[in-house]
Structures are given as C-alpha cells and as structure tokens.
Design a binder for this molecule. Sequence first.
Ligand code: GLA
Length: 758
Amino acid sequence: MRVKHEAPIVITNKNVSNAMIHFNPTTQTFNLVLATSFYAFQVDAQGRLVHLGWGPRPAGAGDADLLSGQVSWERTDTTASFETQTQPDELLTFGDVTFHEVSLKVEFASLPIPLAPGEVAHLPIRDVRLRYTGHEIAMNGQPGLAPSHGLPTAVDSPRETLRVRLRDPVQPFAVTLCYRLTPEHDIIERWCELENEGGAPIRVELLNFAALHLPRGVTELTAVSGAWAREFTTQRERLRPGICLLEHRTLQTGHSNNPFFLLNRPGQAWEEGGIVYFGALAYSGAWRIAFEQLSTLDVRVHPGYSPFEFELMLGAGERHVTPAVVCGVSAEGWGGASRRLHAFTRERVLPRPAEMPRFRPVLYNSWEATWFDVNHAGQAELARRAAAIGVELFCVDDGWFGARRNDRTGLGDWTVSPDAFPDGLRPLADEVHRLGMQFGLWFEPEMINADSELYRQHPDWVLYFPGRPRCEARNQLVLDLGRPEVVAYLHAALDRLVSELGIDFIKWDMNRYASEPGSAAGKAIWRVHVAAVYDIMDRLRRAQPGLAIQSCSGGGGRIDLGILARADQVWVSDNTDAFERMRIQEGFSLAYPARAMEAWVTEAHNTLTDRHSRLNTRFDVAMRGALGIGSNLTQLDAAELAEYAAYIAFYKRIRPVVQEGALYRLERLEEFGASVIEYVARDGREAVYSVVVHEHRVGEFRPAPALRRLIVGGIYGVFDRSGVEIHRATGYELMTQGIPGDAAGGAGHSRTLYLEQV
Ligand code: GLA
C-alpha cells in the first residue's frame, strides 16, 4: 500500500474559555467565529480540506450557532468531464485534476516508493495532493516576515491561531495552513508553512499565502492603480470569467497597484452598506493577487508571491513560512471594510513603543523648500521657524551626505558631507533637540550612485549580470542585499548615525525599480531583499525603541501591511497638490489608516501640477492625516507664519480623533465633486468633520451628509479652527441633517470642524 495514514493529532488550547475556533470531530468541521462574521471548512471523506463558507453571521447568532457539517453542499455536475476542479480546496495545489489557478506548485526530484513493474517515474513529479493529518490551536502564531523588533503594538492581547496540518500521501512534504483570528475586527490572517520532511531538495515553483473562496456572484472589485505622483487611484470594475491580476514585479510594493482589494456583488454594496470582502498583503516585495471567476461562477482570490520569477528551493528538512494575507468581511459596505482594516492596523500592526509619543508628531521636511541645497545655516534657520510655529519633528531630506549635491552622486556614502556640514550634523541635531523637536534624517539605503566612493570600492555589490549593461534609473543602481556584507554595511552605517546624532526618525526612501536582478542570492533575491530590509529596520528599532521610521519609495511605492509593522508612517505621494492629494488620500483610505498617512502643506503654487491652491485647502487636506509642513518657511512673512501656527495648534487639538478615530467617507469625491469625511472617537463624544470642494457647479446645492456614530441624545458644540462655536445641535440632528453651510461653497471652499459633546 502506498499511502501512509497518520492518526489525526487534535490539540485544543484548554486555556481559552471563549473559544473562537470550534472543531466538530464527528463531522470533521471547523468553524471560526468572529465578531460579526464566520469562516468554515471541513475534512472530506478523502481527507481533503474543503471550504464550506465565509460571510457575515446572522444577527442574534449565539455561541452554539455553527455549521454542523452534516449537510452536504456537493454539486452534481452534468459537465463533470470538463469541470473537474471545482472542489473548493482550502489550498489549491497543482496535481490531481488541476487546470485552474493554484496556490502551490511543486516539483519532486524523486519518487520515495518503489515503482510498479513496467512503470516509469516521469521525473520531476509535478503533483501535490494534501490530506489532513491533524490540527492544533496555538496562541499568537507568527506568519513569515513578522517583525522581530520586539516592540509592542497598541493592543497585545493573545490571539488564537488555528494550524491545520496537511501532508502529501506519497512525498515527504507537509503544509500547515494557518488562520490567526482578530475577532473584534472580523479579521483572519492566513498564511502557510511548507516543510520538506525528506532528504532531497524540493523545488517550489509557485506559492500563494492562501486561497480565498468567495460566494458566487461576488464579482465587483474595488482596488487602486497609479504611477509615481499619481498613486492610489480608485478603480471599480466587474470581474469577467477568467483571471484579473493585480501585481507588482519589483523589490518594493510598487506604485502601479497596491496589494489590497474590496469585493462585493455588483450593485449590492456601497459606502455604508452591503457585504464586502476585503484582503491586503503583509508583504513589500514582488507580489500578485489573482482574481478568478470560473465558468461555474465560483470566485477565487489567489494572493501571494509574484510567480513572474519565483523559485523556492526547500532543502532537506527545511521549512518556509509565507507572509500573511489579512482578510475579512464586513456587512457595512466599503466603509466598514476600511474601518476594520484601519482598526486592525492601528491596534495590531503599527509599532507602539512606550518611548514614542502617543500621536504622530507634526513634521517639517525640507525637500520642497531646499531640494538638494542643504547646509547647516539654511536647515538651522528652517528649524527655528518650524519650532516657532509648533512643529514637533524636523527632518532633513536628501543632500546631507557624501558628495550628494544632486541626484547623480554620493548615494551609498553614508557619511556627513563636509561641504554642507563642515562641523558634521551633530550641531544641527543638537539645535533641533534644543528647540524641543525630534530630529529626522533621509536615507536611501538600498541604492548606490555609480559616482560614489562605495561603488568605486565595491562595483560588485550591485544587482547585475556579467556581460550585460547595468541600467541606471535616476542615475542609481540597486545594491545586492543578497550579500550579507552589504546588509552588514548598511546596518552598521545607519546604526552608527542613529546613535551618534541621536536620530529620532528615519525617512527610508527607495527611488527606483530593480533591473538585471543578478544576485548572490540567485532567484531568491526577490524575497531575500525584502527580508533584509525588514531585518535592518527591525534591528535598528530593537536597539532604539524610540526611533520612528517613515516608509517612502518615490512617494507611495512601499506601502503595505508588511512595512507598516516596522514603519510608523508612510509618504503617500510626491504629489503635494492639495486637490490631487485629496483623491490620492481617498484611495489610500480604502485600506490604510490616517495615523500612518503623512501629509504635507506645501507652497501655494505646486510646481508639479502648476496649480495654485489656498492655504485653507492645503491645511484641510493635510490635516486629514499625520500633518507635515513642506513649505519654505523662510519665504513666508510673519502673518503667514502666524496662520500656519494657528492651523498647527488646531491640528493638535483634533489630532487624537484624526489619528485614532473611525473614518467615515461621508461623500466620496466621485459623487458631487466634494470630499466630506468624518473621524469619530470611539466613545462618540468627539468628532472631526472635514469638507473640501473640488468642483462646484453653479446653482447646485450639494447634500449636507449626515454624520455617523455620534451619541443620539448628546448635545454637540461645532467649533471652527479658532475655537468659535459656530453651531450647536443634538447628535440626533447631526446624524439626520448634517452640518449646514457647505452646500453652495464654490470650488476651493473647504473647512475642518471639531465637534465635542458639551
Ligand atoms: C523621493 C522622495 C522625496 C524626496 C526625494 C529626495 O522622490 O519621495 O520625498 O525625499 O526622493 O531625493
């Protein structure tokens, strides 16, 4: 007999009283129960793990309301000779009757059983079948590339992880499917662990983090597309039968797509209603999410590593743990999906060490003010002016190191430029600290200019193939983080500067995509690079728990739930035009929280778009996230600086609600040419209302959107930024009538109001 049967191991955590994970041993059925949703699957008669369902729980469902697994939902299919792979396996493998998309494709070099007389091995064997061998419920299971900095998150209560073990009946190959539950946000993190239990290497050709089976008909996809300076453009489309791909094939997350999605039945979900499935990858490298609608109407989502140049060799006894896909379902529309992701990210992803201020500080960044022209006198003057208007974190951007006076030289030489700072950077860092601000510094660690000392010393430290050109982009090449000595050099350079200068904040940039990916790590460079970046960040943070990191890649090229586990905020776009930014921020807000969204007020005339915008518009847009200032403060007169100071003071008042409240997109830009949003505190006693009009059609009155989640019987004062109470109303009135006064405001009209229960 060829098949080795193992007795199932079933281990259940006895310490968890309020179990979220239920297993019915009679029907071999798993029920995962979350606050308002469920997820269920079952071991079938052949030992396959088969998906049963995922969706909102009916209102009033209690602890005992579970799928029994007794009812068979198997379909009788008259077209079975063609559609043989319709069984919704929890992980879809290449082998068996596969011909649709799969989650895992593996090559075995040998056959561990004797051949029958006359049989030929047909090596390599490209067929994986996974059968259930047991499961356990562990506390706090960790996906691949989980942060190793050891810093706490805002909420650290233990979480259950269901680990279901599957094994190939013939080959020495095991896969454990993992489901970590954050029930309060209806979120399941899913990943898988592969293990080579034999002595010969196993080649993995394709690997997703999970397979998601959605109810039939869930075919309306909301996602974002974009480019440099045009990130996060919301797209909504209907999946046709076949495959639709979101992907990026570089060493960062990318600008053209971002790895998250929302899915619903067409026309049956909107901003605040309807069932919406969502998912986001916790990974910052080459990725792909494939959306597949079979001709049977089955809908599957395949989130994982980009298969474009994927290879994973699992040596004897080796394991590989994939990163997670974070997924869930909301019955409260796209807004409900976003709020679940936001709360999850704020509470469970972003690092929150005690050494750090509770809220993200107001930042000043010199890039748009001085470009590469940085020097001690200029930066110190900006710092004094920034401190005077209330800035809390002063960040020096590109141009402070090596021979870097433009983008053609110096990248890689992480020593302070003696031309720009003859006495080093310490005097500036001290001055910034003396002014009561934190000190931040720009780095682009993964890159090198050919015109640099580092490249002259180590021309082989970059990605390249011998005999081929080394293509430059923005005059730079990519360092080979597949070489341990490169990673060691970068870590040492950053670590030394962090401690020597007392750096509180690193802006970590990455300004090109990879080409000619020849690396010491071979094809594994796509994953190894990401792991090395995470590792350097984690080690820096472990050593200096108060250190914050901003993730930037030419604007929003590295934003995802993987980087957010070691970065505190992200630079969403190099486009700082307020109106463009409003659209970009709206797309960003579909998945990511305001707390992490760095947003600057820059000059009235935007050189990128050639548009002028008013100061109120620029502040009203930037105050929707973690406020920053990028204007040249030396060009502003006293009255303008006073106005900046007043806005910053107001922002500090509303910041707790903006950075930790729940977001409601009351009017999306696409509807009436205006964007209206509300942030509301958890207890409903405070809220922030922000309206920015982009387009105004004369004679039309825009709706005054009703506010959300206030206390019905509460009485609220509505305050403008000077603290003047302009309106007083009950929660009931505000949640039925909205706030009057914005209906006919023309293009450029904008305001931010603060509501507080009085
Ligand atoms: C990128 C960043 C900018 C700035 C420049 C510096 O474009 O997105 O904010 O730091 O690099 O070269």
